[in-house]
Design a protein around this ligand. Structure first.
Ligand code: 4AD
Ligand code: MG
Length: 429
């Protein structure tokens, strides 16, 4: 038996044919004469009608079956302008594959309750579309780096030193030691490149974030890249080109998913390199003009970043942040030692989605910065070997994939961009 995906049925090419369909009951209603089911599969939704007089057995099933029951359906595909999608199946036979108990999701449930039953909420159209878009984002990242001769490498997850500050390190008992879950591949990336030169990874990163912000989770998939000889300008272009490639791929592969989320695929195609660029200083000026007084030396938070994002119709690069708020590995600008050669890519309505920099290749400057951050150089000994043995200029960045998905989908919380989000208060299911 050949079962036809719903998306193919909705093209209408098989109108007038008898077809077989399988899927789950997403909606239902019935009158005394006719029952309507909306059946969903991974590709879409279609209306099924069952006439009681002609098909009493099928009607009895349709009339009594619960939401999310799995069915095989045989019927005639007919054009019908009243049906959502323009087609319906006039069912002649319905077989129950898996009967559902009373499904615990109904309309108007709170976000928290839906997160408690996230494993079931994943069946919603919204989250199914998100998962498909997310898959295309991963695909685009792999394709982009592989096409440009990057080697995919795998950093460890158990680590002995942090690269992004001690306050968000997760401690793990590791036999008789305490180690940390990786915050970023950073310390390993800068070693990998002395072997493969152009390296990238997509790996989980962990942050003990206590913040309840809409864009922080404790576990996220991190796309990170590092390359020898790459200068700051080339780094900025890499950020722009990767984001453009991701948007293009999603616009091409996920038209129906974007539409289901109220997004226009054409808008994504407009996200093309180059992006506007402003310095941290300029960002402070812009903020001040609009009544937000941020003192020099304070990092920009979500509110400030979103305010900046509003001035532009594309993502914007903010560059040259004050050295004192930058991690030790970022290169100090040789023309202005107060700032670093770093950039954050800010997506409209979300804020930072990428963080990167040229790296400091001078051992003494790194030692100085480690001390400024109050870190023990001995803990970073294996990392410092990158500067001891043939140090070269290099650059890299990290991109939070869930933030990119959140932005593309137009979600107001990062949790919706992750199948099973982890936060300070949630690790189940
Ligand atoms: O800005 P971050 O902390 O930078 C780094 O980890 C660098 N070592 C990256 C590099 O240069 N290889 O994190 C990078 C990105 C952020 O821009 C953000 O998109 C995402 O990771 N991110 C988070 N996403 C979700 N939840 C969190 N708690 C996140 N923390 C960072
Ligand atoms: Mg950052």
């Amino acid at each position: 038996m050949t079962y036809i995906p719903i998306t193919d049925l909705l093209t209408g090419k098989r109108a007038g044919e008898a077809i077989h369909l399988r899927g789950w009951v997403a909606r239902k209603r019935s009158s005394k004469k006719i029952a309507f089911l909306t059946i969903r599969d991974s590709t879409g939704r279609i209306q099924v009608s069952v006439n009681k007089e002609n098909n009493p057995e099928a009607y009895a099933i349709a009339d009594s079956i619960g939401y999310e029951s799995a069915l095989y359906i045989t019927g005639l595909l007919a054009e019908d302008s009243r049906a959502p999608g323009g087609f319906e199946i006039k069912a002649s036979e319905i077989k129950i594959v898996g009967k559902a108990e009373k499904f615990p999701i109904s309309k108007d449930q709170s976000q928290e309750l839906l997160l408690d039953i996230r494993h079931l909420a994943l069946r919603s159209q919204r989250l199914t579309s998100m998962l498909k878009i997310r898959s295309s984002v991963f695909e685009a990242i792999h394709n982009y780096f592989r096409k440009n001769d990057y080697t995919e490498v795998q950093p460890p997850i158990f680590t002995t030193a942090g690269s992004e500050g001690g306050s968000t390190l997760f401690e793990v008992e590791y036999f008789d030691k305490t180690v940390f879950l990786s915050q970023s591949w950073q310390l390993y990336a800068e070693n990998f490149i002395y072997s493969v030169e152009k390296a990238y990874t997509i790996a989980p990163s962990f942050r003990a974030e206590k913040s309840k912000s809409a864009r922080h989770v404790t576990e996220f998939w991190h796309a990170e890249v590092e390359a020898t000889w790459m200068n700051f300008e080339e780094l900025l272009q890499l950020m722009e080109n990767l984001i453009s490639a991701i948007c293009k791929n999603v616009a091409k592969k996920n038209k129906a998913d974007l539409k289901a989320l109220g997004k226009n695929p054409k808008d994504l195609l407009k996200i093309k390199a180059p992006f506007p660029r402003i310095s941290y200083n300029k960002a402070l000026e812009l903020l001040k003009e609009h009544g937000m007084d941020v003192p020099y030396g304070k990092d920009l938070g979500a509110t400030e970043e979103r305010a900046i994002g509003k001035y532009f119709d594309k993502p914007v690069l903010i560059t040259h942040y004050p050295r004192e708020i930058m991690a030790f590995y970022k290169r100090v600008d040789p023309t202005n030692p107060k700032v670093c050669l770093n950039a954050n890519l800010i997506a409209p309505e979300i804020g930072e989605i990428i963080d990167g920099s040229e790296r400091e290749s001078d051992m003494d400057k790194i030692l100085e910065s480690l001390k400024l951050e109050g870190l023990d150089p001995e803990e970073y000994d294996f990392y410092l070997d990158t500067r001891r043995y043939g140090s070269v200029p290099h650059s890299g960045f990290g991109m939070g994939i869930a933030r990119v998905v959140m932005w593309i989908c137009g979600f107001d919380t990062i949790k919706d961009a992750i199948a099973f989000p982890r936060t300070m208060t949630r690790v189940k299911p």
